[in-house]
Design a protein around this ligand. Structure first.
Ligand code: IVH
Length: 691
């Protein structure tokens, strides 16, 4: 595994940069899909390393802070984001609507799904409103006694920019509401640039020798942020209302809210539909997609909202977004190209993965030559790939995109299917296949077992062994590993510890001075005292990442106990699933791996057990539990937090570190909010526990 902490840092830096480009400079370098993928990767890493979450991580906030020229616009109620779901490429990719079904029903093996969160409160048929996801500029409009007084952009969700002067120029934005309640009211929606007007404007700009606007969304943003409203006045901007901020007299359903908006004088998309149950939802989502090409503005998906406001309140929010709504993104545009071959590459652990070699094709501004085929199941069963196939890759320009489908063309049946080799493409050793798992066929992997003789594995294993999260051997980088292997000085990690006795040979390596040799040998010596969990990680046991290594070390506290443990013993470790237990057992059953552990011990590696377990990762932290959690009973959650060293208290005070709140949380939650105590939902608590 590459260094996850470094990866987290990189992701935060990248995402902040893309936020800035998108929100402040009105241009984007990556697609929404790529942004979301990185965002989710970061979320997953942060869930594994909750204590390392950077304060400025974009997962903590929405968007980016306002620039200085325009005055700040504070949202009295934060403007949140929407969780995303995706249309899958059906029929080859299983059910295209899986994410919509999961939104209501949840996944069988993890918490979530509004039906499960609601429990008995869920009606037999849940009503939704399905709307187009308007690809414009999120805006909040404030009305006082029915009169438009101010409006601002979303910004970071808390504070945006005051753009009242430009909003006043938008013709369909009501300046005075018909029949709205007195008092303060805020309406949210999108400012959109009319597509025909956009094209016209770009032609005019070109004629004047000015730069074209990239897309309608960016030009809407550019326009709305102008200091001089005269600019905006000449441009075809529209406002579409989709939700309420402050509302003193809110109706009981979202559908009625939309009707109210229309009655007050707002434009609401005519594509909005009220749907009873998932079948109607899916039909409405499809209708919107069909209408997409003809719309006068851009959309990038559909939004599903639970209609009943009472149910919305019960469902509540997670950090960034409401649980009662989801943005469902349509399939990205795709390109086709020809498969020229499949390369089977051998990783550090010996795992053999297929990579499609493609006839070069331009995708999203880059030339793509390779695409991922993921694994045997994906390649042979899902795609049914055949030599010379015409294949489809998504237009969202990932660095290494994936093949999403093979085109069913005449004569295809006659061509040979692409199959895995039986021997390692690197060293020729016969490959082995992990046990088939009916439930998760994508987890079956094919590997070269020749760990110490297969060149790509040897270098990979040494690099991994020396890496920062593993043995952290200073001075042993990628280049030096390659040199050591080439010079025959190291075939396996334990060989590194013999280098001290071969100083002359080390000094003989190219560009190796006295000082760097000493540095290397010191680094190797120091690594003998690494804790057990790092040694486990360093060994490269399949499926054992940092957190599993910790679980194993904490539980067994001794390397020999782990080497000798059978599958049931490993399976008994909290946090370790049976497939992982089987993989660990398989690794240590291999005489070569056992032998390597023995060599490391003989060389002086201590496999230092963790300190006695009195206090876990949450020691010193006080928790209060309230409400009904979606999948854990309160007792079970209490036990888990206590096992990690947390203290459970019955009442909320300033000393409380976290309140874990489920459905129907009452006064304790209010108290937490009042005192500014951090509130976690079940997922948040599990994340803190390192899940
Ligand atoms: S409702 C609590 N409805 O999408 C969330 N948002 O990713 C309330 N958006 O910032 C938002 N079309 O600006 C909603 N029909 C629609 C929307 C929509 C576009 C934007 C919205 C929000 C972003 C969330």
């Amino acid at each position: 595994m590459s260094d996850p902490i470094a990866r987290m840092n990189t992701l935060v830096d990248e995402l902040l940069r893309h936020n800035r480009l998108y929100h402040q400079e009105n241009r984007a370098e990556i697609s929404d899909l790529e942004y979301d993928a990185r965002f989710r990767e970061l979320e997953a890493l942060e869930a594994r390393f909750p204590l390392l979450v950077r304060a400025d991580s974009p997962t903590r906030k929405v968007g980016f802070t306002a620039v200085a020229e325009l005055t700040p616009f504070t949202h009295e109620i934060p403007m949140l984001s929407l969780a995303n779901g995706y249309h899958k490429a059906a029929p080859t990719w299983g059910d295209a609507w899986e994410d919509i079904v999961e939104f209501e029903r949840g996944k069988s093996d993890r918490p979530g799904g509004i039906r499960r969160i609601l429990g008995d409160a869920a009606p037999a048929v849940i009503a939704y409103v399905v709307e187009p996801k308007l690809d414009g500029l999120a805006m909040e409009l404030v009305y006082q006694d029915g009169v438009f007084v101010a409006g601002g952009t979303r910004g970071d969700g808390q504070v945006g920019e005051d753009v009242t002067h430009n909003l006043r120029t938008i013709a369909n934005l009501p300046k005075r509401l018909v029949g709205a309640p007195r008092g303060r009211l805020s309406v949210r929606g999108e400012v959109l640039f009319d597509l025909a007007g956009f094209e016209r404007m770009n032609q005019e700009r070109e004629a004047r020798g000015e730069r074209r606007f990239e897309n309608p969304r960016n030009s809407a943003a550019g326009t709305i942020r102008q200091l001089d409203p005269a600019q905006a006045a000449g441009r075809p901007l529209h406002f579409y209302a989709h939700s309420a901020g402050l509302h003193p007299d809110a109706p009981a359903s979202h559908w009625e809210l939309l009707a109210q908006f229309r009655a007050w004088g707002f434009t609401v998309s005519p594509l909005c539909r009220r749907c009873e149950g998932l079948a109607e939802v899916i039909a409405a989502v499809q209708d919107i997609e069909r209408a997409r090409a003809e719309l006068p503005y851009e959309i990038d998906g559909a939004v599903l909202k639970v209609d009943d406001v009472g149910l919305q309140d019960t469902l509540g929010f997670v950090t960034r977004s409401p649980r009662w709504a989801m943005a469902f993104k349509y399939l990205p545009a795709q390109v086709q190209t020809r498969l020229e071959g499949v390369l089977f590459s051998v990783g550090r652990t010996g795992q053999v993965t297929p990579v499609a070699q493609l006839q070069p094709v331009r995708v999203g501004g880059v030339t793509v030559r390779n695409a991922s085929l993921h694994n045997e199941h994906q390649m042979q069963r899902v795609l049914g790939l055949r030599h010379g196939d015409s294949v489809v890759i998504p237009r969202a320009g990932d660095v290494i995109p994936e093949v999403v489908a093979a085109v069913d063309e005449p004569g295809r049946e006659a061509r040979e299917p692409v199959v895995y080799p039986t021997a390692c493409p690197d060293c020729g050793h016969p490959l082995v296949r992990s046990l088939a798992d009916e439930a998760r066929p994508e987890m079956v992997h094919v590997a070269c077992p020749n760990s110490f003789g297969c060149p790509s594995q040897v270098e990979g294993a040494l690099r991994h062994f020396a890496s920062r999260l593993a043995m952290d051997i200073e001075g042993l980088g990628e280049k030096l590993v390659a040199q050591l292997v080439a010079a025959g000085l190291a075939k396996r990690p334990s060989d590194l510890y013999a280098l001290a006795g071969r100083r002359e040979a080390v000094l003989g390596l190219e560009r190796m001075g006295e000082a760097s040799a000493q540095n290397l040998l010191d680094g190797i010596e120091a690594s003998k005292a690494r804790p057990l969990e790092r040694c486990l990680l360093a060994l490269g046991v399949p499926m054992v990442g940092e957190s599993t290594a910790k679980d194993l070390a904490r539980y067994f506290r001794d390397i020999d106990a782990i080497v000798l443990a059978d599958v049931p013993a490993l399976d008994a470790v909290p946090g370790i699933a049976e497939t992982t237990a089987t993989a660990i057992h398989g690794f240590f059953a291999d005489p070569g791996n056992r032998d390597e552990v023995a060599r490391l011990k003989a060389a002086g590696v201590q496999f230092v057990p963790p300190p006695a377990p009195a206090s876990g990762g949450l020691s010193g932290k006080t928790f209060v539990l309230t409400g009904t959690l979606p999948s854990y009973s309160r007792e079970a959650m209490k036990a888990r937090l206590e096992a990690a060293g947390g203290k459970i208290s019955g009442s909320v005070s300033r000393k409380t570190d976290y309140v874990v709140a489920g459905a129907d949380a009452g006064s304790k939650l209010d108290k937490a909010r009042e005192l500014g105590v951090a509130v976690l939902d079940e997922a948040g608590a599990l994340a803190l526990l390192g899940e």
